[in-house]
Design a protein around this ligand. Sequence first.
Ligand code: DI6
Ligand code: FE
Length: 401
Amino acid sequence: MRTLWQHCHVATMVDGRYSIIEDAAIVTSGGVIEWLGPRSEMRPVEAQRTVDLGNAWVTPGMIDCHTHAVFGGNRSGEFEQRLQGVGYAEIAAQGGGIASTVRATRAASEDELFASARERVQALMRDGVTTIEIKSGYGLDLANERKMLRVARRLADELPVAVRATCLAAHALPPEYAGRADDYIAHICDQMLPALAAEGLVDAVDAFCEHLAFSPAQVEQVFITARELGLPVKLHAEQLSSLHGSSLAARYQALSADHLEFMTEEDAMAMGEAGTVAVLLPGAFYFLRETQLPPMDALRRHGVRIALASDLNPGTSPGLSLRLMLNMGCTLFRMTPEEALAGVTIHAATALGMGDTHGSLEVGKVADFVAWQIERPADLAYWLGGDLPKRVVRKGHEISH
Ligand code: DI6
Ligand code: FE
C-alpha cells in the first residue's frame, strides 16, 4: 500500500544534522520511504491513503542502542544502600550488584522474564522508540544466556519494535567460576558463543572491560571468537577506570564502545579512525553520581559519531525514557539538542550496524518515523520525560496515535 503523509516538517537527520525540510511530504510504499521532499516539489502520486499530520515535526523512529531490558528482580534495595554511602564496587564485592540480578534472572522462567521485559520495552516505546538493542549478560551460563536471548527475540515477535540481540556473556564472572576468569572466558569462546550463534540468537557480541569485570586480554579472546563466527563486536569500556578498552574495540572494528567517561584522547583518535561509534549513557552517569565527564571535545575533534542510549538496567540506570536521556545528554554532557537527536537516530542505527537502512529519513530506508506535535525539534530534548503527543509509524504503518 502506498501512503502519502503530508502537512508536516521533517528533521531527516541525514549526516547527523537536523537537515530540515519544511512543509514536507513523505511517500511510503511496502514499508519503505519511496519519496520525501518539499510538498511543492512532489509530482502527483497514486496513493491508497493520504494522512494529514497536522503540522507535526517528523523525526526518524527513536533507536535505543544499549539496553539490558531483560532481567529478573530489581535493585531498589541497593539504591537505598548506596544513598546511605555504600559504593557500587563495594556492593558488587559483597555479592550484590550484577551477581544479585544474575540470581534473580536464573530463578525466573522465560515467561516471567518476557512479561517484565515487555512492560519496560513498552515504556520505552511510549517515547517513539521503534528499534531497541537488548543484551544478555545476567544468565552467565549457556542455558540462562539462551533464555535471555530468546526473550529478546520473542519481544520482537510480539511487539511492533525491531530488536537487536547482543550476547554479553562476558558481563561478570558467574559464582561457579570464582577465581577462574580465564576458564570462564574459554567457556564463552569454546561453548557458549558458538552454540548461541548457531541457534541464530546473536546479532552482536559485547563484553564488560573493567577491573571488576574482564581485562583487555580476556576481552580480546571474546572478540577473536566473535570474528571467527562472523559477528560484530561492541564493548562496555572506560566506565569506571581507564583500561583502553575503547582502543581495543577500535582495533576490532567494533560497532561501538559504550560509556567512555574515562577514555583518553588516544582512545578517541582510534575510535574516529575505525568509525567506531561512541555510545554515551547519561542515565548511568547520573544514577552513579559520576563526576568524570566523557571527553566531548576530544570525541568531536576526532570525528567520532556519538550515540545516546538508556542503558536500561536494574543496577546503574533504571531508565525507562529515552527522551529523558536526550535531556541528560544536553544538561550533563553539554550536547546540543541536534547532537542528542542524532544520537538516538542515525548514530544509534550505526552503533547497531543498521545505518544503511534505519536512523534517518531518506529514500530507500525503512519507513520508521514519529510525527510529534511539538514546536521545534529541540522540544524533544527539552521536556524532562512525560508523554508528548505523537503518531508512531513503523514500516509505513501507524502503530499508535
Ligand atoms: N555497566 C553498567 O552500567 C551495567 N553493566 C555494565 O557493564 C551495570 C549492570 C548492573 O549493575 O546490573
Ligand atoms: Fe550497559
